[in-house]
Design a protein around this ligand. Sequence first.
Ligand code: GDP
Ligand code: MG
Length: 274
Amino acid sequence: MGQQGKMGGNEEHVHGSAEDTQSRQEPTLRLILVGRTGAGKSATGNSILGKRRFLSRLGATSVTRACTTASRRWDKWHVEVVDTLDIFSSEVPKTDPGCEERGRCYLLSAPGPHTLLLVTQLGRFTAQDQQAVRQVRDMFGEDVLKWTVIVFTRKEDLAGGSLQDYVGSTENRALRKLVAKCGGQVCAFDNRATGREQEVQAEQLLGLVEGLVWEHEGAHYSNELYELAHLLRWAGREKRLRRVVEGVAARMRRRLWGAWLRAGLWAWPKPLWS
Ligand SMILES: Nc1nc2c(ncn2[C@@H]2O[C@H](COP(=O)(O)OP(=O)(O)O)[C@@H](O)[C@H]2O)c(=O)[nH]1
Ligand SMILES: [Mg+2]
């Protein structure tokens, strides 16, 4: 179950550039880019930051080699963005067999994200996207969707039309259900945009995120693994990572067993008592 944690950016970050924010006193917004490979996560991250910090490239394979963070200032906020690699596809047992990368993602976003940005391509919400959503829920918890904004890339395909109209009239049932679960929080990016147009898009999204923070009374998302990371904040780097990785692995095993059990019961030919 997800819980609410207190807002604040003073958590010690153990990996990557976020470590440097340990003594930061200014209010922080932590965002994680999630979604299928090729949806435009890294490109969206760059648009939010207004500079190329994440590697984004056309192609079926993920070009982000490890979860990384980069930051910017916006209004009074220090905004930290975590870009993720291929940890939300059906291939994840092969790409992250020991859950190390998922553990790193937890530590990079500790003590918990203010918003998850679920990136998908406009007009192409596919089975792979649905798989990514399942992985996100398995990794973080069911109610993380209350902390999620759906970001549609290739906004240019709207050709001036309204995103709300598109979302309201889509015949893709899975997408409609997801939008409802995310409380209707949607946003669109043309990641080819530059200059003022790029900044306006980023500000629209950050405004949405700020709205979510107020809605959650300043709380960021948290669960037992973020709490574990917080408890171990003074432990050594390796020990903290190892314990969180073990926690993620145990959580994923529990989810898998649950799914098998449910599938087994559905597949049962007739009631046991008949
Ligand atoms: N035309 C267009 N291409 C985009 C947009 N967003 C991403 N792309 C392209 O989609 C491809 C995959 O993007 P990338 O950021 O690497 O996806 P990731 O795997 O989710 O990180 C790249 O070639 C991007 O240039 C967009 O808004 N418009
Ligand atoms: Mg990427």
